[in-house]
Design a protein around this ligand. Structure first.
Ligand code: PLP
Length: 415
C-alpha cells in the first residue's frame, strides 16, 4: 500500500477529528488524555481497518485455499512489508509479530539468551529500563548463573555513558537498553551504545527497546545497528495485542524457536519435527491478523502525518508544559535530560501521586501515577512514584492549560 501525504499542513483541530475518543466527555468535562506513554488513542482509519477485516475477510491464514483466507493471509504478510519499510529493515523475513514489546524481549531472552549466555557471562541493562526489559534478564541470570550489570543514570535522568564503557567486558554477551525512557522521557544515544558494544566485541548482541520511540521519531534499524529492535503497536496508534521483534536475519536463523506448535513447523512426524523458515519459526499458532491489519493502518497514519509535524507539535507541548509546571511551588520534575521527548514525570512536596491523579480525573484529565513499571528507577531517585503526563501530537496547549489549572486546584485542596 502506498501512503499519500494527505495532511500537508499540520492542523491539530483537523487531526483531532481523526480520533473519535477525543470527542468524549468524562462526567460532563472534555476528556484530556495525557497518558499516551501507557497507550495511544486510535484514529478512525485503524478502527475502520479492523472493522473491515471482521466484516469482510475474517479467516484463518496460511491454510485456506478460499478467497477470504487468501486475502487475510495477504493482509498479514503485507503488514510485515509495511513494518519492514517503516523501520528500514533489510527484509520482511526479519519481522516477527509478537504480542508486544514484553513478549519480544522474553523471546530474545529465552531463545537467544538461553542459547548464548553461560555461567559467568554478563548482560548489561540500564537503571531506567521498564520491568519488561529487566525481569526476563533476571530469569536468564537465574537459569544460567549469569551476571546482570546496570548502567547508572545521573541526576538529570541521563545514562552515564562513561560507566557503560567500564561495564563492557570480555564476558559481556548482551546489552539491552531502551531508546526512550517511559518514565523520564530521556532519549538515549542508542547508536553510540551499539557502536561501543560492537567495538568491544562484535558478537555482543544489542537489543533496543523502542516501545517509546517508534512513534516519536523515525527509526532506522540499520542505521542504529542493533541486532534486535522491539516495540508495541498499541503505543503507536495501532491496536493492542500485537508488537514487533525485528532481528537481523542471520541471528534469527541461528536461534531456536521460543514457542512451538502449528504454523511454525515445516514437517512433523513422531520421529521429529523440522521448523519453518524465519520469521514463521517464531510465530506458533494462529496469529493476530486483526492486529496486523490495524498496525498497517497505524503506520499509514503516521507516514501521512509525517515525523516532522509530529516532532514539532510534541516538542512545543513538552516545552510549554515544562514552563508551566516549573512555576508551581513544591513541584519537582524527575527527568530533565537535554535530549527529551514528550513525557514529564513529577512529584509535589508532601503530596501523594495517586491522590493527585484521582483529583485530576475529576476534571477529566487522564494521567498516570505510580512507578510506571520502573521500580528500580524510582529507588534511584528515592521516591515512591510520580505523576506522569505524556503527550501525543493530537494534544493541544489548551489541554495543557486545563491540566495545569486542575493540578493547581488539586494541590490547593490536598494541602
Ligand atoms: N518498554 C517500555 C519502554 C515501555 O514503555 C513499555 C510499556 O509501557 C514496555 C516496554 C512494555 O510494553 P508492552 O506492555 O506493550 O509489552
Amino acid at each position: 500500500m502506498q501512503d499519500t501525504l494527505t495532511k500537508k499542513i499540520f492542523d491539530v483541530d483537523e487531526v483531532r477529528k481523526d480520533f473519535p475518543i477525543l470527542n468524549r466527555e468524562v462526567d460532563g468535562k472534555p476528556l484530556v488524555y495525557l497518558d499516551n506513554a501507557a497507550t495511544s488513542q486510535k484514529p478512525e482509519s485503524v478502527i475502520n481497518a479492523i472493522s473491515d477485516y471482521y466484516s469482510n475477510y475474517n479467516a484463518n491464514i496460511h491454510r485456506g485455499v478460499y478467497s477470504i483466507s487468501i486475502k487475510a493471509s495477504e493482509a498479514y504478510e503485507n503488514a510485515k512489508i509495511k513494518v519492514k519499510e517503516f523501520i528500514n529493515a533489510e527484509s520482511e523475513r526479519e519481522i516477527v509479530f509478537t504480542r508486544g514489546t514484553t513478549e519480544a524481549v522474553n523471546l530474545i531472552a529465552y531463545s537467544y539468551g538461553l542459547e548464548n549466555v553461560n555461567e559467568g557471562d554478563e548482560v548489561i541493562i540500564s537503571e531506567m529500563e521498564h520491568h519488561a526489559n529487566i525481569v526476563p534478564w533476571q530469569v536468564l541470570r537465574e537459569k544460567k548463573k549469569a551476571v546482570l550489570k546496570v548502567i547508572p543514570v545521573n541526576d538529570n535522568g541521563e545514562l552515564i555513558i562513561d560507566e557503560f564503557k567500564k561495564l563492557l567486558s570480555d564476558k559481556t554477551k548482551i546489552v539491552a537498553v531502551c531508546q526512550i525512557s517511559n518514565t523520564l522521557g530521556t532519549i538515549n544515544p542508542v547508536k553510540e551504545i551499539v557502536r561501543l558494544a560492537k567495538e568491544k566485541n562484535k558478537n555482543i548482541a544489542v537489543i533496543v527497546d523502542g516501545a517509546q520511540a517508534i512513534h516519536h521519531t523515525k527509526v532506522d534499524v540499520r542505521d542504529i545497528g542493533a541486532d534486535f529492535y522491539v516495540f508495541s503497536s498499541h503505543k503507536m496508534y495501532g491496536p493492542m495485542g500485537i508488537g514487533v521483534l525485528y532481528g537481523r536475519a542471520e541471528l534469527l536463523e541461528a536461534i531456536p524457536p521460543y514457542q512451538t506448535g502449528g504454523d511454525m513447523i515445516s514437517t512433523v512426524s513422531f520421529k521429529g519435527t523440522t521448523y519453518n523458515d524465519i520469521p514463521m519459526k517464531f510465530e506458533a499458532g494462529t496469529p493476530n491478523v486483526e492486529g496486523a491489519v490495524g498496525l498497517t493502518a497505524a503506520i499509514s497514519y503516521i507516514n501521512n502525518t509525517g515525523f516532522e509535524a509530529i516532532h514539532k507539535q510534541e516538542t512545543e507541548l513538552l516545552e510549554y508544559a515544562t514552563e508551566q509546571l516549573d512555576l508551581i511551588k513544591g513541584l519537582r520534575i524527575i527527568g530533565t535530560a537535554k535530549e527529551k521527548t514528550g513525557v514529564i514525570s513529577f512529584v509535589v512536596e508532601g503530596l501523594n501521586a495517586l491522590d493527585i491523579g484521582i483529583m485530576l480525573d475529576t476534571s477529566g484529565v487522564a494521567v498516570r501515577t505510580g512507578q510506571h513499571c520502573t521500580e528500580p528507577l524510582m529507588d534511584r531517585f528515592g521516591i515512591p512514584g510520580t505523576v506522569r503526563v505524556s503527550f501525543a501530537f493530537y494534544n493541544t496547549k489548551e489541554e495543557i492549560d486545563i491540566f495545569v489549572n486542575a493540578l493547581k486546584k488539586a494541590i490547593e485542596i490536598l494541602r
